[in-house]
Design a protein around this ligand. Structure first.
Ligand SMILES: [Zn+2]
Length: 254
């Protein structure tokens, strides 16, 4: 995957959309929690609405689709992946909405029980709970995660549709803070030996999950040494670890 050039701008918009969507839910839940003794005192209709907020938000789906299709075009100019993008976004939101609500209910149940057991609801207790459930931090996590996934899936959809023969390579950007893959100080013991290698040598690990804060990524490399969707300025993995590519993958240019 190459990174979408306008990623930061889109992700800031995504975070703002999710915050706008969940703020009224936060206020409504706070009102219920003033008198709720049990989770069942919060109407089921409220949770159904919370689910619909994630699943059927036009602004959110439109922006996720834009990130999907723009990344696809950055990978393969002129490619049209609108159908794949629509299918991806619809399916993705339908799958995350129920778990979003389930987790919200669990956090609300804990908060309500905690306040009941410690002598009743307090303004501070309610504020703390609803901020965890429908506040800024959780909204931001959703915005960032979903933006990143739309980008990755859009890039891969373009490569599939164009039937470009690629291998997936473990990679890192040129900037390598301490603790990261092949950093000058404390290089990450998981990522460093895997960088530059193809997927079947990753030993069950995935780039981005090597250690907390891991920002390793996948480069899609064709048979002529081109990184799909990237002009090579972002990552120096191939300059540094070309000898780690599988033997016989690269063909001479005609
Ligand atoms: Zn890493």
């Amino acid at each position: 995957m190459a990174e979408l050039l306008s990623r930061n701008k889109h992700e800031a918009e995504l975070r703002a959309i999710v915050r706008r969507m969940t703020k009224p839910l936060k206020e409504e839940l706070a009102a219920y929690m003033k008198t709720a003794k049990y989770l069942s005192d919060v109407p089921q209709e409220f949770w159904d609405r919370a689910r619909a907020v994630i699943q059927q938000n036009d602004e959110l789906s439109a922006l996720l689709l834009i990130m999907f299709t723009k990344t696809a075009e950055q990978h393969v100019p002129g490619i049209n992946v609108n159908d794949a993008g629509n299918a991806y976004v619809t399916k993705r939101l339908r799958s995350i909405a129920p778990s979003y609500v389930q987790w919200s209910r669990r956090m609300a149940a804990d908060a309500i029980r905690g306040m009941r057991q410690s002598g009743g609801a307090t303004a501070g207790g309610i504020k703390y709970a609803v901020n965890r459930i429908f506040g800024k931090h959780r909204a931001d996590v959703i915005g960032n995660t979903e933006g990143n996934l739309s980008m990755i899936n859009g890039g891969e959809a373009a490569i599939r549709k164009a039937k470009i023969e690629v291998i997936r390579i473990w990679a890192h950007s040129r900037l390598r803070p301490s603790g990261h893959s092949n950093a000058a100080t404390k290089p990450c013991p998981i990522c460093s030996p895997r960088e530059g290698k193809a997927e079947d040598e990753w030993g069950g690990y995935e780039p981005g999950h090597g250690h907390p804060g891991c920002d390793c990524l996948v480069l899609h490399l064709d048979r002529y040494g081109n990184v799909i969707g990237d002009d090579g300025t972002f990552s120096d993995t191939l300059e540094r670890f070309r000898d780690r590519l599988p033997a016989g993958w690269l063909r001479e240019k005609e």
